[in-house]
Design a protein around this ligand. Structure first.
Ligand code: KG4
Ligand code: ZN
Length: 331
């Protein structure tokens, strides 16, 4: 059975996983730099690259050890080719290319967001056409997939990504990076107390900067008046507005794309408990697949699972492939 060794290093997680074509996870090792970046309130690209350099060999060795395999035993080397932080992408790319060259293994350059989408295969192989709601720290997109090799962006954010807005709102109320999971938790204790404007955007596009700024201004005004912000209520107001926008746009898209059989949620924000609830509650008809919580945020298992689709379509890259920090999912 074919096996892939996959590397992920697009942002602040260094990860390596080995999976086989039946999607058995033979090992999956992730080391996060979150504790270091939390001190600065967000990811510092230069620090991220340096930490990837320190970690990458250790993580690859650990993944091989846990799977009880050597590089000779795997059939291909996969890595995240983009999008992401250029320095971070380079480190994973160099590691993957070195292994590919030295052990003479084919090389697969995986799009990071395809990794987030295809990790849903672990729950159930996706049925096509599929619609993916991609919600991460860097992206908010609605992607229509006619098959596993066709990606059409039908809606995207015009400004901030949803995860990025979560992190910024969290920061202003004193929650540590990454703020998404903390707002998710706090919202459960919150009530409808503050009004925030629902962003109005045409078509299937999203916008989050107006909502984020309204939340920031509300906090600033209250601070100036020496009034205490109720963090749980603000989290609730922000989260309900942001998530209902995402879910309503998905519903709107499904009215046009009536042939969709599966709706999947993908990316770090897919870990959000309220988003998971809303998607299941509101979407009737197509199957709704939510990624396993453990694999919502960045990991290499998702790169390995996506690589199986690349392998099926004989999509390989050569050793001179360049990392693409702004790569579109349509590329
Ligand atoms: O996919 P990911 O790990 O990295 C990128 O590819 O961007 O996503 C990270 C983002 C962060 O913005 C983080 O705050 C957000 O996902 N996030 C969440 C939750 N868990 C992670 N946002 C809302 N609720 C959560 N439970
Ligand atoms: Zn990601």
């Amino acid at each position: 059975m074919k096996k892939v060794l996959a590397i992920e290093s697009s942002c602040d997680e260094t990860a390596c996983a080995i999976i086989d074509e039946e999607l058995n996870i033979l090992s999956s090792v992730v080391t996060s730099q979150i504790d270091v970046h939390a001190r600065f309130g967000g990811v510092i690209p230069e620090i991220a690259s340096r930490m990837h350099v320190e970690q990458i060999s250790i993580i690859v060795e650990e993944a091989l050890k846990q799977a009880n395999l050597t590089v000779d035993d795997v059939d291909a080397i996969a890595y995240t080719i983009g999008p992401g932080l250029i320095g971070s992408l380079h480190i994973g790319g160099i590691a993957a290319k070195t292994l590919s060259f030295f052990y003479d293994k084919p090389l697969i350059g995986v799009h990071h967001l395809k990794g987030h989408i295809f990790i849903n295969d672990l729950i159930k192989p996706l049925e096509y056409p599929a619609m993916a709601l991609v919600v991460s720290g860097g992206h908010s997109e609605l992607v229509y997939m006619e098959n596993d090799d066709s990606f059409k962006i039908i809606g995207t954010t015009l400004d901030d990504a949803v995860g990025e807005s979560y992190d910024k709102v969290a920061r202003v109320i004193g929650l540590e990076y990454p703020g998404g999971p903390k707002i998710d938790k706090l919202s459960k204790e919150g009530k409808k107390n503050y009004e925030l404007p629902t962003p109005r955007v045409d078509g299937y596009n999203f916008s989050f900067s107006g909502l984020k700024n309204a939340a920031l201004q509300l906090v600033n005004k209250m601070n100036m008046k020496n009034e205490e912000v109720n963090k749980a209520d603000l989290s609730y107001a922000f989260q309900e507005t942001a998530l209902n926008l995402l879910v309503n746009k998905t519903l709107k898209a499904l009215e046009e794309y009536k042939d969709v059989k599966t709706v999947v949620v993908a990316g770090g924000v897919a870990a959000n408990s309220r988003l998971r609830e809303l998607m299941q509650e509101k979407i009737k008809g197509p199957d709704v697949i939510l990624p396993p919580l453990k694999y919502c945020t960045d990991n290499a298992t998702m790169i390995g699972v996506a690589a199986m689709h690349y392998l099926k379509h004989n999509k390989f890259v050569t050793l001179d492939a360049e990392s693409k920090p702004n790569m579109s999912i349509e590329d």
